[in-house]
Design a protein around this ligand. Sequence first.
Ligand code: TXA
Ligand code: MG
Length: 342
Amino acid sequence: MRTEYVIISDCEKSKDILEKAGELIRCGELVAFPTETVYGLGASALSSTAAERIYTAKGRPSDNPLIVHIAMASHAEKYAHTTPLYYRIAERFMPGPITVVMPKKDIIPSEVTGGLDTVALRCPENPIARKLIECAGIPIAAPSANRSGCPSPTSASHVKCDLDGRCSMIIDGGECDIGVESTVVAIIGESCKILRPGAVTAEMLRTVCTDVSVDKAVVNPALAGNHPSSPGMKYKHYSPEAEVILVDGTAEEFVRYVNQNAGENDAVFSSEKNKASFKCKLLITGKDGTAAEENHSLYSLLRQADAEKIACVYIKKPPKTGEYLALYNRLIRAAAGRIVKA
Ligand code: TXA
Ligand code: MG
């Protein structure tokens, strides 16, 4: 299949391209597009064959359900059995980096939800994503636009690398702002449970819900077992070729450990601010090394490590709190549990 590659910087000026992309989605084809979190590989959420095409293109197990993207939070009504809590979450956080899991309505084929009787709904904020859903006129099922098991794509070049020849169109809308996938929450009555942490934190959810919990598998992948609350939890994820080693210790202990252990082909994740401390190769996370910068650069640095044939990447183990929980959750999976004490 030939993949058309288009660059969009202004939605208004690129209306024709987005109309064409919408038409491709309506016809059951695959279109990769930017969102504020990571790039998505989109197809009609109302078609079982389109969903199967996504699984084939990604090389993804078909029991791992897809997120359904909607143009407006109120459209959830057509696809899921909503509750007052959904609308409180929607009012505060949508459009934005949050996905809500609710009982599905029959219009969503079971191929889209990996056979589950729930559906995950997300209303993205990125203007290109919003305009594409509007142009398609139907909801868009979209997992991250990477080959299954590779780091999620945060730029169109990552998508091209993984999916060229496997989808009809790739829309290049620049780098994703956030860089890690949306927060996934399941709502049951007036309670909600975080199945995957993202930029909307537990603390933020507590402003609209008194009962917020975090699934145990978020910080301990081994607890996902064979019947996890979110099927995505059980797969090996986000893994680069390079070995990722998380180092548990203070900032000083981390520097000492890396300088003692890192070899010629190894690298360390460091901010600009701290780079002078290290003797090995650097993968620069940002200016100051804030949680937002580290989330933003994570996947692209893991891809860079592979491109540069880095053998081993040393990363300081982040805390499990606030915005760092998303980073922690991705890193323990990328490291496949390799945590060393400094
Ligand atoms: O930020 C994002 O959410 C990106 C962009 C493209 O929107 N999408 C994304 O999709 O990360 P994906 O397919 O890579 O991850 C979806 C996650 C998986 O872990 C899946 O198991 C979970 O959401 N999920 C989807 N539907 C579910 C459901 N009905 N119940 C529980 N978990 C569900
Ligand atoms: Mg994914």
